[in-house]
Design a protein around this ligand. Structure first.
Ligand SMILES: Cc1ncc(COP(=O)(O)O)c(C=O)c1O
Length: 482
């Protein structure tokens, strides 16, 4: 048989990059198994994910015991569907839910699907990098004072960039108010396995957490886990939505990969992450302040930084250039980059040799940039600062989100002409997949400038199409006003 186009291309990429610092967490080093042998359907003895009573129930009980949750369920449509199901199962149409503006697109998607009203709160921002750090307890308290009828909250912890919030304090406060906490722990399935990492959501008292076991542990992409704790959220309703929204043909290879990834993390995770976080701490302790590429750690955070994330701040050289040079000259592929940063994500498959290669690669680039006359000052525009502006200003909707999403009255218009108009679709820079406009958000000139800047910097912005056109809601008199 002819080799598939996809395999050919991916083989080429794998040959070029020897150290993978991008998702998934197995880094191409998972335990091999014959996928076709285990790819079956719900024959007798194989159980059924949507009504688990046999081997799947047994595995899920084991996974819950490992993580210390009351109950766990494997997911075959990613954390995305876990988040959709958790929110839809916990809320009814018209309910109010506290939502930090740095939540992933799946959270906003659930609000639209469930006709749920978001009470939006703004995270603290890292002034140097421009992205979201923690959600303060004070901001949650303030939201509850403003909207006492909010029934709960969704919190992303840790973030894509490794920053964390005090989940324990937030959960405790919400519970005293008889409200629930759902934690999007997509980037935190590893936290449980090393005490030097920030506290995981179940240990912090969350009612539900959803983890992408594929991102940092070693399961196959698209496989995830949901955990339940306590009785504040109706578990049966969440499970009904899981059965409704996930495939009715759940993949056994995906489920096997979740079980094996968690087993492997249980056996070896503590050691793997010790190696990674010790090296991270060591790098931070030894690095000079006047070098172009420095390693970021949110040292001001009381709840700790997730040191599995090697996020570099770049000055005098764009992050995208550093990413390209690391790949071309050192065989290292990072997760993502922007003007002033490069993110190298580690995982269960990361070895000490990978970490050494990364450290040497960065040292080599620092030396080269310095010898080329590095001035010590940023010479490129800081894209992340733009994101700060976007996250703060744009997200509020002037009509119910679901109504704006379902509307048929939309037109495609160039971004430059969209000032004062209402967005007709989600506008989402990728990565990290956090929307800056929702259907029904009013578009300001500041947002247009910010989006243009992101696109000029080659950031993929979902919802902005060819010729920088986007969907807008048709409003009476809108064109005259604009
Ligand atoms: C913070 C956050 N939440 C949720 C998701 C969705 O996870 P999944 O890809 O497993 O559906 C992502 C994925 O990028 C994410 O970054």
């Amino acid at each position: 048989m002819k080799k598939s186009i996809l395999k050919k291309q991916l083989d080429g990429l794998n040959n070029q990059n020897h150290s993978r610092f991008h998702m998934p967490g197995h880094k191409g080093r998972g335990e091999d198994f014959n996928i076709f042998n285990y790819d079956i359907t719900e024959i007798p003895g194989a159980d059924n994910l949507h009504d688990a009573q046999g081997i799947i129930a047994q595995v899920q009980q084991k996974l819950a015991a490992i993580y210390g949750s009351d109950e766990a369920a494997m997911l075959v449509n990613g954390t995305t569907t876990g988040i959709h199901s958790a929110i839809l199962g916990a809320c009814c149409p018209g309910d109010k839910l506290i939502i930090p503006t740095n939540c992933h697109r799946s959270v906003f998607g659930a609000l639209a699907l469930g006709r749920i009203e978001g009470v939006f709160i703004t995270p603290e921002f890292d002034k140097l990098m421009g992205f979201a750090r923690e959600i303060t307890l004070a901001s949650v308290k303030e939201a509850i004072i403003r909207y006492p009828d909010s029934i709960g909250m969704v919190l992303t912890n840790p973030t894509y960039y490794g920053t964390t919030s005090d989940v324990k304090a937030i959960a405790g406060f919400l519970h005293r108010q008889r409200k629930f906490l759902i934690v999007d722990e997509a980037h935190g399935a590893h936290l449980h396995f090393n005490d030097a990492l920030p506290l995981d959501a179940m240990a912090a008292g969350a009612d539900i957490s959803i983890q992408s076991t594929h991102k940092i542990l070693g399961s196959l992409t698209q496989s995830s886990l949901i955990h339940f704790q306590g009785s504040r959220i109706n578990r049966q309703r969440v499970k009904s939505f899981l059965a409704l929204l996930q495939s009715s043909s759940p993949s056994y290879p995906l489920m096997i990969s979740v079980e094996e990834a968690v087993d492997s993390a249980y056996e070896k995770g503590s050691g793997v992450f010790k190696m990674i976080i010790d090296a991270h701490q060591n790098f931070c302790d030894k690095q000079g302040s006047n070098v172009p590429i420095t390693l970021y750690a949110d040292d001001a955070s009381s709840t700790g930084y997730d040191r599995s994330k090697w996020l570099f701040h770049t000055q005098g050289i764009a992050g995208d250039q550093v990413e390209e040079l690391l790949s071309k000259t050192h065989g290292i592929q990072c997760e993502m980059s922007g003007n002033n940063h490069v993110l190298a994500m580690t995982g269960m498959g990361t070895t000490a040799a990978d970490i050494n290669a990364l450290i040497l690669g960065i040292a080599d680039l620092n030396k080269k940039i310095m010898s080329d006359g590095f001035s010590g000052k940023a010479t490129v525009q800081d894209k992340h600062r733009t994101e700060t502006v976007l996250f703060k200003d744009s997200i509020k909707t002037e009509m119910p989100l679901w109504q704006a999403l379902y509307s048929n009255e939309k037109e495609s218009i160039p971004l430059a002409e969209a000032v004062n108009r209402l967005a007709g679709d989600f506008i989402i820079p990728y990565p990290p997949g956090i929307p800056v406009l929702l259907p029904g958000s009013r578009i300001s000139q500041k947002i247009i400038d910010g989006l243009n800047q992101l696109i000029d910097n080659s950031v993929a912005v979902v919802g902005i199409h060819e010729n920088r056109e986007l969907l807008l809601l048709k409003e009476e008199g809108a064109r005259n006003e604009a």
